[in-house]
Design a protein around this ligand. Structure first.
Ligand code: PMP
Length: 437
């Protein structure tokens, strides 16, 4: 690793002129200057294998030639007009989204971020049901607006002023640290069953819906048991609400086998939101639902997002989905995910610092603990691991309410060699951290 003067100069300028609540990873900052495939280079010329994929935005690797070409062609033709006129790419993408999402979802509203996608989902749920009370899952991360920050159920991402009305919280199945202190073998998924209690005691009993990340991203890839979302979906519908799946992190094949992660739980959502990997890094989001639900909005008012569905972003998304279909579809992700998971489980056998490995497909996490019995979060050790992996040229992510979970999410175009290399670096880095304890 070369000295990082250029990265540091960028970070210093950023510190002066960008809100400091936007936090940086790493003791020595890494300002990424360019990327290609699975690799990025910082401003000082250091090369890294990126196993966080630019926070899951890079579905099919950096600068994929097919996507770059489509963006360049579209930019040269027309970048933006207005949603007052029909937009061919938007219509094509709407059709494609209906094809790849679970049954029944057929109308899209394109936005510029996951935050907006979740805002629109709650709006649609409230308009459709006529109800206001709305549930979020504890440990959720839903966005940066007042409503979505209120729905975000982690104190580290909330401000005192976040106070959107009508938002309540029910338990997620964080089995490794069960909120009810039960054992998964015998609990009867009591945390999901308690949702009914929550509806009856915290709301009017008439609810608009619940928004769930099937695998919570910022929450540290909490992966509920197989019956969890079926129970939640049944209860939400029983009390008049709709089930919304937030696929901002888990969408587009990331979890393997299916295009969207909620399909692992056998639930067909009423509304689904997506962003991040939707267009390989181009800012974009989508709220997709049944026409029966989206038509409710039209009967009351008009809707506009100046940039939502613009020709450039939708070109990037169409090209991204095409590349996924050709090179890195859900079957490929499942295969690569199994390989990664096996490697991480081997590390679990070797290093007591790892308390749990969890996730699906190429969305894998390892939660670090000081002691497997007490499960005390190993936060300093995680920070140390970050420095060790970075020094060896590997970028990874972190998450979890307790700040002790490593998130591993390479671009889905990764191959066996990339995974072997990342696992080797993790192995020696864990050894260094364990030795220093
Ligand atoms: N939902 C989930 C699950 C997310 O992880 C995020 C971003 N981390 C959002 C919504 C908000 O997306 P954005 O930052 O694009 O507004």
């Amino acid at each position: 690793i070369k000295p990082n003067q250029k990265s540091r100069a960028i970070a210093d300028k950023q510190k002066k002129h960008i809100w400091s609540a936007v936090s940086l990873f790493y003791k020595d900052p890494v300002a990424i200057d360019k990327g290609e495939g699975l690799y990025v280079w910082d401003a000082d010329g250091n090369q890294y294998l990126d196993f966080f994929g630019g926070i899951l935005t890079t579905s099919v690797g950096y600068n994929h030639p097919k996507i770059v070409k489509r963006i360049a062609e579209q930019a040269a033709k027309v970048m933006h007009t207005s949603t007052l006129y029909p937009i061919k790419n938007m219509a094509d993408l709407g059709e494609k989204m209906a094809e790849i999402t679970p049954d029944g979802l057929d109308t899209s509203f394109f936005t510029n971020s996951g935050t907006e996608a979740n805002e629109m989902a709650v709006l649609a749920a409230r308009e459709y049901t006529g109800n206001h009370d709305f549930f979020a899952l504890r440990h959720a991360y839903s966005g940066s607006s007042n409503l979505t920050k209120t729905m975000t159920a982690q104190h580290t991402w909330r401000f005192n002023s976040n106070d959107a009305s009508g938002i309540k919280y029910t338990m997620n199945a964080y089995c490794y640290r069960c909120p009810l202190k039960l054992k998964p073998e015998s609990c009867g998924t009591a945390c999901a069953q308690d949702f009914e209690n929550a509806v009856k005691t915290m709301s009017s009993g008439r609810i608009a819906g619940i928004l769930c990340e099937p695998i919570q991203g910022v929450g540290g890839f909490i992966t509920p048991p197989p019956d969890f979302f079926k129970i939640i979906a049944e209860i939400v519908r029983q009390y008049g609400g709709v089930f919304i799946a937030d696929e901002v992190q888990g969408g587009f094949g990331r979890t393997g086998k299916h295009w969207f992660s909620i399909s692992h739980w056998g639930v067909n959502p009423d509304i689904m939101t997506m962003a991040k990997g939707i267009a390989n890094g181009m800012p974009m989001g989508n709220t997709i639902t049944r026409a029966e639900i989206s038509d409710c909005l039209k009967s009351e008012a008009l809707l506009l997002s100046t940039y939502g569905g613009n020709p450039l972003a939708t070109a990037a998304s169409l090209a991204t989905i095409e590349v996924l279909e050709e090179e890195a579809g859900p079957e490929h992700v499942e295969k690569m995910g199994n390989l990664l998971r096996k490697g991480l489980e081997k590390l679990y056998e070797k290093y007591s610092l790892i308390g749990e490995v969890r996730g699906k497909g190429l969305m894998q996490a390892v939660e670090l603990v000081k002691d497997r019995q007490t499960k005390e979060p190993a936060v300093a050790e995680l920070m140390h691991l970050f420095e060790e992996t970075k020094a060896r040229g590997l970028l990874i992510g972190k998450g979890g309410l307790l700040g002790n979970t490593v998130r591993i999410t390479p671009p889905m175009t990764c191959n066996e060699d990339h995974i072997a290399k990342a696992l080797d670096i993790l192995d020696v880095s864990f050894a260094a951290v364990q030795k220093a304890r």
